[in-house]
Design a binder for this molecule. Structure first.
Ligand SMILES: Cc1cc2nc3c(=O)[nH]c(=O)nc-3n(C[C@H](O)[C@H](O)[C@H](O)COP(=O)(O)OP(=O)(O)OC[C@H]3O[C@@H](n4cnc5c(N)ncnc54)[C@H](O)[C@@H]3O)c2cc1C
Length: 266
């Protein structure tokens, strides 16, 4: 039983999130213990986390939890992972984490064993499905796959959903259970670099993806510069900014900041 960060170290941190106020007023501390860790697909590890607080936990599909994965001196290093499933009766929360190479989040995920403990804060995140929309377009990479699948599965039967998801290879595709009318395009990178707008299959697809009649909403999630390019492509095709929810999940070649968001230029 290992703590991601020992309690004595947690107590001595210079932590901007020591008080859950302001934008964190709707969140709570979650004292997680790892229940299981399994390889879901070649590039995705599934973790089930349990916590006493999960019995009364409420979240909107697409929201995430922030985990204290490591420290840098007295500075906390947190990483954000989307809630894929929540089972209040069993007090279990499932997250699916991309194995992309290396980073403090990935190192913790690879080492996590049942019984290990990690501090969390959640739920976080402002993007959820737009109930006013006639159709929903989800575009993102494998880091966005948990959010895309959780949101798509939450849509009611009369909705139209189009999912365009870039994954490393065909074996990284996942089964899911939507009730809405749903079309899925899986784009396989097959060795191309992840998160490069110049070669991104997602960016290329944004020029051609069908925009259905009626009022739509696009959810654009993944690498920061790819998300920006997707937004520009869809805007050029006439989709208004207020019908798009873009969110950068990571930045190519740069570690995310200690609060879990892609680092901004200094
Ligand atoms: C709201 C939100 C929800 C998120 N939900 C999920 C989720 O459910 N599952 C999930 O896996 N990720 C999710 N992410 C993304 C995840 O937090 C980042 O990928 C984070 O950078 C991983 O931390 P790390 O410590 O492993 O790598 P970091 O230390 O941040 O980065 C180290 C290196 O790895 C590269 N890198 C980081 N992420 C990726 C990636 N996905 N692919 C390729 N290279 C990468 C960086 O460019 C850097 O060079 C979410 C992010 C946000 C903001």
């Amino acid at each position: 039983m290992t703590d991601a960060v020992p309690q004595t170290v947690v107590a001595s941190l210079d932590d901007p999130f020591a008080q859950l106020t302001g934008p964190l007023a709707e969140t709570r501390n979650l004292h997680f213990e790892v229940a299981s860790s399994t390889r879901l697909t070649p590039h995705m590890q599934r973790l089930e986390l349990t916590a006493a607080e999960l019995g009364g936990f409420r979240y909107a599909p697409g929201q995430d939890v922030m985990l204290l994965v490591a420290v840098d001196g007295r500075k906390p290093l947190r990483r954000r992972y989307t809630v894929r499933f929540h089972d209040p009766a069993r007090r279990l929360l499932t997250i699916d984490v991309v194995l992309h190479g290396d980073g403090p989040g990935e190192r913790w995920v690879r080492s996590a064993r049942p019984g290990d403990r990690i501090e969390g804060i959640g739920p976080r995140g402002k993007i959820s499905t737009n109930p006013e929309a006639d159709w929903h377009l989800f575009m993102g990479d494998e880091a966005a796959l948990p959010a895309i699948l959780a949101m798509a599965e939450s849509l009611p039967g009369a909705s139209e959903a189009t999912l365009v998801v870039e994954v490393p290879e065909a074996a990284d595709e996942q089964e899911f259970s939507p009730v809405a009318r749903t079309r899925v395009s899986w784009l396989h990178r097959l060795g191309r670099p992840a998160g490069d707008p110049a070669t991104s299959l997602l960016v290329a697809e944004a020029a051609d993806v069908e925009l259905l009649p009626g009022r739509g909403h696009a959810y654009l999630l993944g690498e920061a510069t790819v998300v920006l390019a997707l937004r520009e492509r869809l805007a050029a095709r006439g989709l208004p900014q207020d019908q798009m929810s873009p969110k950068a999940y990571w930045g190519r070649g740069r570690a995310n900041a200690g609060h879990g968001e892609p680092a901004k230029d200094a």
